[in-house]
Design a protein around this ligand. Sequence first.
Ligand SMILES: [Cu+2]
Length: 519
Amino acid sequence: MLRRDFLRISFAGVMVAPLYACMPKDHDHEMADHLMEHAAKSLKDWAAAFPQHLDLRPLPRIQNQVEWPNFQSQFDIAPTSAQLTYDLQSELWLYDGKLAPVIEVEEGGQVEVRVRNQLNQPTTIHWHGVKVPADQDGGPHEVIPPQGEHLYRFRVPEGNAGLHWFHPHAHGYLAEQIARSLAGVLWVKPKDDPIPQEIRSYLMMVTDLRLDVEGHVDAHSHLDWMNGREGDILLVNGLRNPMLEVAPGATFRLRLINACAGRYLRLQLQEHDFHLIGTDGGYLEQPVLMSELLLVPGQRCDLLVRATTESHKNFALQNLPYDRDWMGEEPEHYRRTENLMLLRTQNLAVEAEIRLPEYLTQIPEMQNPSVYRTLTLSEEMGSDALLSAGHEMADHGGHPPLVKPHENMRFMINGQTYQPGRVMFEGQVGQVEEWEIFNQSHMDHPFHIHGTQFQVVALQEDGQSWSAPAYRAWQDTVNLQPKQRLKLRVVFEQPGEWMFHCHIIEHEELGMMSSIRVV
Ligand SMILES: [Cu+2]
């Protein structure tokens, strides 16, 4: 059977979305078949049931019903039966029935999306990284009730091009919705791209998944709530360790989104350095040569790679272990190097090196601030938090835990957990603000601000002196290690209430979130 026939047949069924394993039986990747045969269905071995080294496929698009550079569509937010592997179907919650679907628009373009909530709980769509008006931001104040409809309508301002994304933000429901894979990509393309068109871009949405014995998305455990959930099944565009073939010497871009709830990605490309050319908010001023990069939940990166000129050469994009100070028993993958994607050079002529412009864009230095704020991230564990986690680990028989996680763990900003309707700061449109953030807790936290892009201007490791960051960049999410301090400068360009929070989804749910009212 031809690959395209298989796809056509699979997609004909409306009830089943074959998101992951669109793999024809006669696929030539022997490794995949080998792994399928040995797939075991114990709790720990679901990851092994996923075939590896399938071709990296492009992310599915949400169909645009108007002319470029605008975007208009409508879709459901709904439980969808997804074909995870050949013989495993599982219910995920998806936008438009697709895993990680893409909305594509040009900077300056209008986005108009009408959605219907088919979940049995409230949800929202938050446009992460986009400078939308506050009433279109999809924060926790304006939820879409079950069976409700909502129209999101905004113009992406010029200068806001980048690989942004969208995900739910209804407080109290978010952790489950993210664990069930509800997320999409908002790809805002620049009007004038400094990178030559012949350089191919590969969008890579990284998610993780954990299934129970029966293959359903597993419920949250105490350890998930404490640490931020990590699924053992690490996926790129819905595939486990897919394969990307490139010509020898090819220059290409890998554009990644870390859409995991709690998993940190410490990226390395075997036997290759790469250039970082863009971050959350778009291009850097100049490419920065790197051998590894930490991509924390919520962040995006734009990597430029030149493949080896040798043909038939394999090299993996790897996720190296990163210790973010896990509490309690570590997941099995926690200290392992995992392959995210296998790259292979084809048996073709060597491609000539493509020269890049020396400067990609200009990132203006932010002016001196007129407002200074301090924020302290902290946590509080009831003495029974770890004990009850231990109880749960020992007794996995489906009994409800003795203590609900919300009752003994608190994650805070300036000593407060999130309270709907309470704002922490008052600010003004257009003012340069400097926020000094201190991570007083013992674990890492990725800090995210809505509706804007900021610049980190100074960093301080535990007890050391302040230093400037290595390069200037627009970011909407930044990591803070334990006892680290940093200063960022930010301008809110639009009035309204803007959220800021830890992007480890479970920490956000347990209180590490607040807001600023900008007038
Ligand atoms: Cu956190």
